[in-house]
Design a protein around this ligand. Structure first.
Ligand code: ADP
Length: 284
């Protein structure tokens, strides 16, 4: 029911099981759920945060929401239409509306391609643009991710010749080149230093405001998510166990795991500062 509260992308009752680690010959009935009945929806123009401890199933959920893997149970809907209803999901135009940015852009970007080719590839595949228009659009997209005014030298660099922050911005620019309506970001700042992390998080907020896309920011770190998210979803053992405004999640966490995540947050300082510093939270 994607129409519910204007959600674009909805996952309902999603389940995904894998063989236990080191148990390749285990019968299917004994596979272990990585995602175990997760339900969530994303609205246009919101930046939702998905937080949970390592192993909670966040990355698996992202792969399900992006149709990179088929769920064992449950449905994914885009604009109300079930994406796995046919044997293969949707046409290319629909397919490009949901894009993912992964933590490790060093491995998700083709190491042999230069920046210009990386960002213009989706333009070539999805849109009928001439070479000159593509070049212009690449510059616009790089501008949108805070890399405005870069020279020809930058456009010719390979991913390994970029800093971590630049690589992540290029990965986001490539995703934006598809003109997505939903952008899923799986631990996009985990590998970045604090100041660069702050810049990329601010960029996500700007994308929400300027482009009106639905963003899902996934992190094991509640501090990262609370800094920018409009709404926080907490995932534990394959399920969404709690959902609410950042203020509520931080100051009045309803679940034991959420309290642990809040308790693990360091005291904010300097440019990583935030209005949402947690009050002391009892572990009761
Ligand atoms: P998170 O992103 O919250 O750390 P993951 O989705 O990566 O969690 O993993 C959830 C659980 O599923 C973990 O126990 C992980 O080992 C398992 N898992 C994830 N992907 C696979 C896979 N492809 N094969 C086997 N087990 C997997």
């Amino acid at each position: 029911m994607a129409e519910r509260r204007g959600e674009i992308l909805v996952g309902e009752g999603l389940v995904k099981k894998y063989p236990p680690r080191g148990g390749a010959f285990v019968r299917r009935g004994e596979w272990v759920p990585a995602v175990d009945g997760a339900t969530l929806g994303l609205r246009p123009g919101e930046l939702a945060g998905l937080v949970g401890p390592s192993g909670a199933g966040k990355s698996t959920l992202v792969r399900l929401l992006a149709w990179l893997e088929r769920p064992d149970a449950g449905v994914v809907r885009l604009d109300g239409a079930e994406v796995w209803a046919a044997s293969r999901p949707c046409d290319p135009a629909t397919r490009r509306s949901v894009q993912v940015v992964f933590q490790d852009s060093a491995s998700s970007l083709d190491p042999r391609q230069a920046v210009e080719a990386i960002v213009s590839e989706p333009l070539r595949v999805h849109f009928r643009l001439g070479p000159e228009q593509r070049r212009e659009r690449v510059r616009e997209l790089l501008g949108a991710v805070g890399l405005e005014g870069v020279g020809q030298g930058f456009l010719g660099r390979r991913p390994r010749q970029l800093s971590g922050g630049e690589r992540q911005r290029v990965a986001i620019a490539r995703a934006l080149a598809c003109e997505p309506r939903v952008l899923l970001l799986d631990e996009p700042v985990a590998a970045l230093d604090a100041p660069v992390r702050g810049q990329v998080l601010n960029l996500l907020r700007a994308l929400r405001d300027d482009l009106g896309v639905a963003l899902l920011l996934v992190s094991h770190d509640l501090r990262t998510v609370a800094r920018v998210a409009d709404r926080i979803l907490v995932m534990v053992d394959g399920r969404i166990v709690e959902e609410g405004l950042p203020e509520r999640i931080l100051h009045c966490p309803g679940q034991a795991t959420t309290r642990e995540l809040v308790g693990a947050m360091p005291v904010f300082s300097g440019d990583e500062g935030n209005q949402l510093a947690p009050k002391s939270v009892s572990s009761a």
